[in-house]
Design a protein around this ligand. Structure first.
Ligand SMILES: Nc1ncnc2c1ncn2[C@@H]1O[C@H](COP(=O)(O)OP(=O)(O)O)[C@@H](O)[C@H]1O
Ligand SMILES: [Mg+2]
Length: 246
C-alpha cells in the first residue's frame, strides 16, 4: 500500500520546551492509524502539523506526496481540500442549521449550484446515519452523538480521501461512542478513506485501529499493530494497555 503520510525526524519546540524530538511514522493508504500517548505528549500538535496549522522546527512531513516544508501557496490550498478534519474543538456553528453547517465547505470552496450543494448535503447526512429531517435542526437541538455525526458529515463535504480525527469519542456516552466507531469503520470501507485518529478510548482503539504510534518522552516509542503491544517495555504502554482484556 502507498504511503499517505511520512513524518521524518520531526522536532517541535514551543518557546524553550521540546515537545517532539525526532518523530518518525508512516501512515499507509486505507488504514485507520492511531496516535496515542499520555496527555500533553503532543498528539494534537502533531495532527495540527500534518494539516498545516502548525509549523515544525525541523524534519519533514509529507502528506499525499506534498512535502509540507516546501509547499507553494497554491498547492497548499489544493491540498487542504483533500482532507477532512474533526478537531475536539471543531464545533458546529450554533447559529446555522445542520444542513447549513455541512454545506459550508462547499459554499466556500466550490462554485456548485445551490441545488447541487443541497443534494451533496443530503447524501452526507445519510451516510453518517442522520435522518434527512435532522438537517433543519440547530446544534442546540441535538445530542452529542448527533453533533459528532454532523461535524463528521461537514468534514466529508469535499469528498476527502484522508480524514483526521482528534479524540472523536471523548465526551460521548458509551453507546454513542460505539456507534461512532462503527460509523468510522463503515466510512473507511465505503469511501476508501485513510484515517488518522488521536484517541485514549481503549474500546475504540481496539475496535477501529489497524496501526498505532505511541508518543512518549518526545519520541515514538512504538509503531505497529496492536497485536503484541502489551509486550513492549514502556511504562505508559504497560499502564494504558494493561487495563484491557481482549
Ligand atoms: N500553541 C502552543 N504554544 C505553546 N505550547 C503549546 C502550544 N500548543 C501545545 N502546546 C504544548 O505542547 C504540549 C503538547 O500539547 P498537545 O499537542 O495538545 O498534547 P496532547 O494532544 O497529546 O494532549 C503541551 O505541553 C502543550 O501545553
Ligand atoms: Mg490533544
Amino acid at each position: 500500500m502507498k504511503n499517505i503520510i511520512e513524518v521524518r525526524d520531526v522536532k517541535t519546540i514551543f518557546d524553550e520546551r521540546i515537545v517532539h524530538n525526532g518523530l518518525n511514522l508512516t501512515v499507509k493508504e486505507g488504514e485507520i492509524y492511531g496516535l496515542l500517548g499520555p496527555s500533553g505528549c503532543g498528539k494534537t500538535t502533531l495532527l495540527r502539523e500534518m494539516v498545516m496549522l502548525q509549523k515544525i522546527n525541523s524534519g519533514s512531513i509529507k502528506v499525499l506526496d506534498y512535502e509540507l516544508n516546501h509547499i507553494k501557496n497554491e498547492e497548499a490550498q489544493q491540498l487542504r481540500q483533500k482532507w477532512g478534519v474533526l478537531f475536539q474543538s471543531g464545533a458546529l456553528f450554533s447559529s446555522l442549521k445542520l444542513k447549513e453547517n455541512i454545506a459550508l465547505p462547499l459554499v466556500e470552496y466550490t462554485n456548485l449550484s445551490k441545488a447541487m450543494i443541497n443534494e451533496i448535503v443530503e447524501y452526507k447526512i445519510s451516510i453518517v446515519g442522520l435522518k434527512s429531517e435532522d438537517a433543519n435542526l440547530y446544534p442546540s437541538q441535538i445530542s452529542g452523538g448527533m453533533k459528532k455525526k454532523a461535524a463528521l458529515a461537514r468534514s466529508l463535504a469535499m469528498d476527502p480521501k484522508l480524514l483526521f480525527l482528534d479524540e472523536p469519542t471523548s465526551g460521548l456516552d458509551p453507546i454513542s461512542a460505539r456507534e461512532f466507531d462503527a460509523l468510522i469503520l463503515k466510512l473507511r470501507d465505503i469511501l476508501g478513506l485513510t484515517i488518522v485518529m488521536v484517541s485514549h478510548d481503549l474500546q475504540s482503539i481496539y475496535d477501529t485501529l489497524d496501526s498505532v504510534a505511541i508518543i512518549d518522552n518526545k519520541k515514538i516509542v512504538y509503531e505497529g499493530s496492536l497485536g503484541n503491544i502489551k509486550s513492549v517495555k514502556n511504562e505508559f504502554i504497560q499502564t494504558f494497555f494493561g487495563k484491557y482484556n481482549e
